[in-house]
Design a protein. Structure first.
Length: 283
């Protein structure tokens, strides 16, 4: 059985017993571990691991996803640390390897990858039945999204300001949006030469004219309705200054979207796909 338990980095794992002590450095994974019924084995988390709210409060914090306090992790004597390729620093993981027996690496890139994620953690921590239930719920949501005809939309998904930042097409967020036939611009992949997975942009870029709607995410930057209003005014100002003040340029649809529902993978993907289906239907 153990030869089939392989994580996203190709590391092989064996099944852990009830004595496993898990530190999760990934908010989505922490929520998933609780969904798998591993409450008693979770001994550490980041400050960004905030779900499930009532149950996670009892778990000690060990810093942030990119600012892990190594000594705090060491004091918890973990047998397993769960990390993510995008969310955690390689140097942090290298330091953890010195004293954590098992480093589990995750890297879901599309919603369908959650099936493998459920299976991986279910196998390592002997929660196969719980993992299967999550897989079935995920499949139901994926099938519902695929069964609906979604009109194509070109969207700008904004994650940060000062500078403005968005997502490349090979990110999990972009893949989630494609479930409802929403395609992110700019049309770049972060893995391409010279490209970034979360590129910065300014409001005068030519491809902005081709956007059907702009989505301001509630995380990692906490965008609010006031930011939507301010961005609309900023776009209008740019249009006037460049002589491109057309209805399409100045009157773009700008709205908030729940970043947790779109960007969190693991068990949240089940709820997130349902949220995205409802959001696309209303908007």
């Amino acid at each position: 059985m153990s030869e089939h338990i392989v994580d996203a980095a190709g590391n092989r794992h064996t099944t852990a017993g009830d004595e496993a002590r898990i530190v999760s450095l990934v908010p989505s994974i922490t929520e998933l571990l609780f969904a798998l019924g591993l409450d008693q084995q979770i001994v550490g988390r980041t400050g960004f691991c905030v779900h499930p709210r009532e149950r996670v409060r009892a778990v000690p914090k060990v810093g942030g996803t990119k600012s892990v306090r190594i000594d705090a992790v060491r004091a918890l004597k973990p047998t397993h640390a769960i990390v993510n390729i995008d969310e955690n620093e390689r140097t942090t993981v290298d330091e953890l390897r010195a004293f954590v027996p098992h480093i589990v690496v995750t890297h879901p890139l599309v919603p369908e990858d959650n099936r493998a994620l459920f299976a991986l953690l279910g196998a390592i921590f002997d929660r196969q039945q719980a993992a299967q239930r999550l897989t079935e719920a995920l499949n139901t949501q994926l099938e519902a999204a695929q069964a609906h005809h979604w009109p194509p939309q070109r969207v700008l998904y904004v994650i940060w300001r000062d500078p403005w930042m968005t997502v490349a097409r090979d990110t999990y967020i972009s893949a989630m949006l494609r479930l409802v036939n929403w395609h992110t611009l700019p049309a770049v992949d972060g893995g391409a030469a010279g490209a970034q997975r979360y590129p910065a942009f300014d409001l005068s870029v030519p491809w902005l004219d081709g956007i059907d709607r702009i989505l301001l995410s509630t995380e990692p930057y906490r965008f609010t309705q006031s930011h939507c209003d301010a961005l609309a005014q900023a776009l209008q100002a740019v249009g006037k200054s460049t002589g491109k003040l057309t209805r399409k340029h100045a009157g773009k649809r700008i709205e908030l979207i729940d970043g947790e529902q779109v960007s969190w993978y693991g068990s949240r993907a089940i709820e997130g796909i349902g949220y995205l289906r409802r959001y696309a239907s209303r908007h």
